[in-house]
Design a binder for this molecule. Structure first.
Ligand SMILES: [Ca+2]
Length: 114
């Protein structure tokens, strides 16, 4: 299973294009453009599993840093401020990583942008 089995490659490309500039990454925007915001909970769970590179059951800060590269290996890494903002937005229980609650956190990003 890879992300392109779940998401359309052209949507992924568009989402990556949108955040090419450092510090321009917005989780909500990325989820919308990539089509992740339209995925079901079980599909988001698959995506979570792919992002959890070491299969620890959590997405740690290190894995989040390489978030964009999971979509395309040539993509940039997130800056430390982007990583921290993303983590803070998704880490509801404050343990410094995105865990079981992360699926719900992902759902937060699927809310419509204002
Ligand atoms: Ca992990």
């Amino acid at each position: 299973m890879s992300l392109t089995d779940i998401l359309s490659p052209s949507d992924i490309a568009a989402a990556l294009r949108d955040c090419q500039a450092p510090d321009s990454f917005s989780p909500k925007k990325f989820f919308q453009i990539s089509g992740m915001s339209k995925k079901s909970s079980s599909q988001l769970k698959e995506i979570f599993r792919i992002l959890d590179n070491d299969q620890s059951g959590f997405i740690e800060e290190d894995e989040l840093k390489y978030f964009l590269q999971r979509f395309e290996c040539g993509a940039r890494v997130l800056t430390s401020s982007e990583t921290k903002t993303f983590l803070a937005a998704a880490d509801h229980d404050g343990d410094g990583k995105i865990g079981a609650e992360g699926i719900d956190s992902f759902n937060d990003f699927t809310e419509t942008l204002e």
